[in-house]
Design a protein around this ligand. Structure first.
Ligand SMILES: [Zn+2]
Length: 325
């Protein structure tokens, strides 16, 4: 069945009143995705069937995001919302909870087969509180204890930065869309298989490309890359900020500078989601180079290729800066 954009408003209104209608009768499921890398994988699975809506676009960070009213409405009209989970997009906790009777929320952090890493503490890595504060605020406000605070605080949510985890995410996206929209199940399965093949190729290529710079020490802006470092056996020695929401003080800046000297870091990486002035201050007068790593793909056009461009971009930035090329 062909989706007709002119009729979508009417269709949604009709569906609002007819939620008990079997979902397999839909022309196209209304699907939303939280951040660009998730949106990209969902777009790839939905190719030829429809396009998901992206919630956090551009250079925004999911850590301190707040939904626009139009986005809140889009969530209420969606059949499925794919997100990482409360550890990352705490701004989605309440809207998804409010819409839980009509919207299927799929936290990909819980997808079968995901390799999860704990948040890092001690040594170079301080405990990093993404979404943790936001989540606690959410819990205090609505008294919902379903998520188990200890579990939420312990998992590193940046799972998409490992292509092997992306494969597990794709499997889950295919399974959920196939249930919600059985009429297109074969399309989702075919697209998913092609996507997994492509992710496998990407993974091999990045391993080859990063092998020569594996030993080179560097600092990242915030601790978003644990999964990427583990997958490619890289030598990151710390992060500039302790929390994605808080700016470090003068004492911390001096500690970082000492660490850069002691461990002879080659590069410090800033991120487009945060102010680079801090990184300039840290490296001022020293031999260390500055690079940029973007865990979300701020500048990338959304769509099936964005995920691949994002990971390739990380590898290229690391290789160029660390090899001194
Ligand atoms: Zn982060």
């Amino acid at each position: 069945m062909q989706f007709n954009p002119m009729g979508s408003g009417v269709l949604k209104k009709l569906l609002g009143g007819l939620l008990l209608l079997p979902l397999m009768a839909l022309a196209q499921p209304q699907v939303a995705a939280s951040i660009k890398p998730v949106h990209s994988l969902v777009s790839g699975v939905m190719q030829g069937v429809g396009e998901p809506l992206l919630l956090v676009s551009g250079g925004a960070s999911p850590h301190d995001y707040s939904l626009k009213p139009s986005e809140a409405r889009a969530i209420n009209q969606a059949h499925v919302v794919f997100w990482i989970g409360p550890e990352l997009e705490s701004f989605l906790l309440r809207p998804l909870d409010n819409a839980k009777n009509q919207v299927r929320a799929v936290a990909l952090l819980d997808a079968p087969g995901m390799k999860l890493l704990p948040l890092r503490e001690g040594g170079a890595w301080e405990p990093h509180s993404h979404g943790r504060d936001g989540h606690d605020r959410g819990q205090a406000a609505d008294g919902d204890d379903d998520h188990g605070r200890a579990r939420v605080a312990d998992r590193d949510a940046h799972v998409w930065l490992d292509p092997v985890n992306a494969m597990a995410m794709v499997h889950q996206i295919v399974a959920v869309l196939g249930e919600v929209d059985a009429a297109h199940r074969a399309d989702y399965q075919r697209n998913g298989a092609a996507l997994i093949e492509r992710l496998d190729q990407l993974n091999r290529q990045l391993a080859t490309e990063l092998a020569p710079v594996r030993e080179q020490p560097y600092l990242v802006f915030h601790d978003a890359y644990h999964y990427f470092e583990q997958r490619y056996d890289l030598n990151a020695i710390g992060s500039v900020v302790v929390s994605a929401e808080r700016r470090p003080g003068a004492k911390r800046v001096m500690e970082i500078q000492a660490r850069i000297r002691d461990l002879q870091a080659r590069c410090v990486f800033s991120e487009p989601q945060f102010q680079p002035a801090l990184v300039e201050t840290i490296i001022a007068g020293g031999p260390v180079r500055r690079g940029v790593l973007d865990p979300l793909g701020a500048e990338l056009p959304p769509g099936p290729d964005a995920y691949f461009q994002l990971l390739q971009g990380l590898a290229t930035s690391l290789r160029v800066c660390l090899s001194g090329a």
